[in-house]
Design a protein around this ligand. Structure first.
Ligand SMILES: Cc1cc2nc3c(=O)[nH]c(=O)nc-3n(C[C@H](O)[C@H](O)[C@H](O)COP(=O)(O)OP(=O)(O)OC[C@H]3O[C@@H](n4cnc5c(N)ncnc54)[C@H](O)[C@@H]3O)c2cc1C
Length: 298
């Protein structure tokens, strides 16, 4: 697989790196090496690269804000969408957004164009591809709210449009498969009042600064909230706030955030998570479910 990429890399605008320390591209800033990293310039080259990889192991990386790469790394190709996938356009009555565009850029673009309903994206440090896969959301809004459809590529390099109703977007989940690459999102929108949109974004910024350790090496909420409950409260009430494992610890500011103190291995973080799962289960008989995606070999 990487030998195939080696053969074609010189003909491409896309950048291919071999034995790349992929952990450094995640918010946790830890984890191992991937056989190859392809930063894909455009759709045409995405097709070429997928054809070369054929059916072997690959994984699509967004902004790495919800991902833990295990210390032994990933025995395959990590695909990261580059230039062409970083785009924002209003086309008739739809907003077309490339999957590599940051959530913050989308909300700033919406503000500039007096478009309402995209303010919450300013509170999520991911890409639009990752937002759709996770149905990311905060402060009462979710990615699915305004989504019309998405464009994806599958392992056979086939491009397909999928309508929102067929993506099964639920709380921090979707039915996007591991071998489907979202390349573009199409949103419905309405115009609104610039001052109201701006105030909402400022309010979100203030609330996040007060409640989340957003400058740390973290992946945000580690576990999903069980129905009608808050994972952070269960974690706190199980005595886990401030708990450590190696060089990873549970945030004092937000108990559902695990933090790398700068020297944590991925296994410190994963083991800390497992310790929390056990403690919460022993106290409340509730099994927390990881929201953070974990990739790689033990
Ligand atoms: C400080 C902080 C605060 C956070 N706050 C929130 C919050 O309030 N609400 C919330 O929902 N989340 C929050 N998160 C989590 C995270 O930002 C979201 O889950 C985000 O949507 C992940 O996007 P990403 O681009 O970083 O995806 P990644 O972490 O790179 O990947 C996550 C998953 O999405 C898949 N993926 C990424 N791009 C694509 C694509 N183009 N096609 C197909 N699959 C893709 C990956 O394969 C992986 O399975 C927070 C994280 C941090 C670090």
């Amino acid at each position: 697989m990487s030998s195939n990429l080696l053969k074609i890399e010189k003909k491409l605008k896309s950048k291919i790196y071999f034995n790349y320390n992929i952990g450094r591209l995640t918010w946790f800033r830890t984890g191992g090496v991937a056989k190859a990293l392809a930063i894909v310039e455009n759709s045409q080259e995405l097709e070429i690269i997928l054809n070369e990889i054929n059916n072997s192991n690959f994984y699509i990386l967004g902004a790495g804000s919800n991902l833990l790469i295990r210390d032994k790394g990933f025995n395959g190709t990590i695909i990261k969408l580059g230039k062409e996938f970083n785009s924002l356009n209003i086309k008739e009555n739809k907003l077309e957004v490339g999957a590599a565009t940051s959530d913050l850029s989308l909300s700033n673009y919406a503000l500039k164009n007096n478009i309402e309903g995209f303010e919450f994206f300013s509170g999520i440090p991911g890409s639009i591809g990752g937002a759709i896969k996770m149905n990311a959301g905060c402060f009462g809004s979710e990615t699915k709210d305004k989504l019309d459809s998405i464009e994806i590529f599958n392992i056979k390099s086939e491009k397909q449009i999928i309508m929102r109703k067929d993506i099964n977007l639920n709380y921090r989940s979707s039915n996007i498969k591991i071998n489907q690459i979202i390349s573009k999102a199409i949103f419905n929108f309405n115009y609104g009042n610039n001052k109201i949109i701006k105030d909402k974004m400022e309010n979100i910024k203030k609330r996040r600064l007060l409640s989340q350790p957003i400058k740390s090496r973290t992946s945000g909420s580690t576990f999903k909230n069980p129905p009608n409950m808050f994972a952070a409260k269960l974690i706190e009430d199980s005595g886990c706030k401030g708990m450590t494992f190696g060089n990873a610890y549970v945030s004092e500011k937000h108990a559902n955030f695990l933090i790398n103190n700068g020297k944590a291995t991925a296994s410190d973080i994963e083991n800390l998570g497992k310790k929390i799962i056990d403690k919460v289960y022993n106290k409340f008989n509730i099994k927390l479910d990881w929201e953070v995606k974990i990739l790689g070999d033990f």
